[in-house]
Design a protein around this ligand. Structure first.
Ligand code: AHM
Ligand code: MG
Length: 333
């Protein structure tokens, strides 16, 4: 692995292929890389420090914040603010967007879920950080505006996640495919381990919280029944795999093929997951790897015009043909 290309080298090499590039995105990535390393350390020794469990706060969405949510949020914001290329940040853990006034000449805004699936940490299950990068709409030199953040996902310049699993990996796209880098903690470096990741066109895994099945729309349940049917020719029944940590569930399905579903339910009629910093970045990665992501039949996630920062959406993402099959079930009503 030591002879493999590092994340830093990979980014610089890609930048060299774009002579018009200013290096700003390269700097932005080094902020994310630093935050990822710090969080790798915090998460791996979580049981030893006083960082497990709930913090005192509740976020704007009424969810109890875990201590590590708060730490992760702070680390990402510090790292992004330190290099002058990000002018504003929106985060799951912040009520509204943050203006980095000292960086008002910068071009990029970043949307974050600093620690997704954080309630899993106390039981040593994989969690992740998700990020999404846009070019601001307002002119540089002025403070950022809400419209800089409320852009459809197809406008993303870059997106990715860090998965803190049996190893820590950073997976990202800038719209030219998806590449994955594995962290070597002994060297403190990420190495390219998963070049040009492609999602199998069809997958035999479905990931959904089946405990809520009675609250799902009928089309979802008919699709799940189909997944469970006995049919040797199509490799059914499919396997159910649900970690309850979006990054981990998506990462597995990206590699092995499959579908992740978070349908609308009675308690979350608009779905649970947040469009801007959970679904859009994952959808961008999925499409770049040959997969598909929709909110309903024919409703491409990346084409949704967002109305508010913490907007939720139903979310179906995974292998292209498997998602298309689900869409046919949903379209039947
Ligand atoms: P969070 O951002 O509060 O951690 O919630 C998002 C998480 C996803 O990672 C996961 O897929 C989903 O919520 C699990 O929800 P549920 O427990 O309802 O199945
Ligand atoms: Mg989250």
């Amino acid at each position: 692995m030591e002879t493999a290309i590092t994340l830093g080298e990979f980014i610089v090499k890609n930048q060299a292929a774009h002579p018009e590039a200013t290096g700003a995105l390269t700097s932005l990535f080094s902020s994310i890389r630093v935050a990822a390393k710090v969080l790798h350390r915090e998460i791996n020794r979580a049981g030893l420090g006083d960082v497990l469990g709930a913090a005192d706060g509740v976020n704007v969405q009424g969810e109890v914040q875990q201590k590590l949510d708060v730490i992760a949020n702070r680390k990402f914001i510090q790292a992004l603010a330190a290099r002058g290329v990000t002018c504003g940040i929106a985060s799951e853990e912040e009520d509204s967007h943050i203006t980095l006034d000292e960086n008002r000449d910068a071009h990029y805004v970043v949307l974050l879920d600093p620690l997704d699936g954080s309630s899993n940490i106390d039981v040593n299950v994989s969690v992740g950080s998700i990020f999404s990068v846009y070019r601001r709409r307002s002119p540089p030199g002025s403070p950022v505006t809400p419209e800089d953040f409320l852009q459809p996902g197809r406008e993303q310049v870059a997106a990715g996640y860090v998965i803190y699993g049996s190893s820590t990996m950073l997976v990202y796209t800038t719209g030219q495919g998806v590449n994955g880098f594995t962290y070597d903690p002994t060297l403190g470096m990420f190495f390219l381990s998963h070049p040009d990741m492609r999602m199998p066109e069809e997958g035999a895994i479905y990931s959904v919280n089946e405990g809520y099945a009675r609250r799902f729309p009928p089309g979802v349940n008919r699709f799940l029944d189909w997944c469970r049917e006995e049919d040797e020719a199509s490799g059914r029944p499919y396997s159910a795999r649900y970690i309850g940590s979006l990054v981990s569930d998506f990462h597995r399905n990206l590699i092995k093929g499959g579908i992740y579903l978070y349908p609308p339910t009675k308690t979350h009629p608009e779905g649970k997951l947040r469009l801007l910093y959970e679904c859009n970045p994952i959808a961008f990665l999925a499409e770049q790897a040959g997969g598909r992501a929709v909110a309903g039949p024919g409703q491409r996630i990346l084409d949704i015009e967002p109305g508010k920062l913490h907007q939720r959406t139903p979310f179906y993402v995974g292998s292209r043909r498997t998602v298309e099959r689900l869409e046919r079930f949903l379209a039947e009503g």
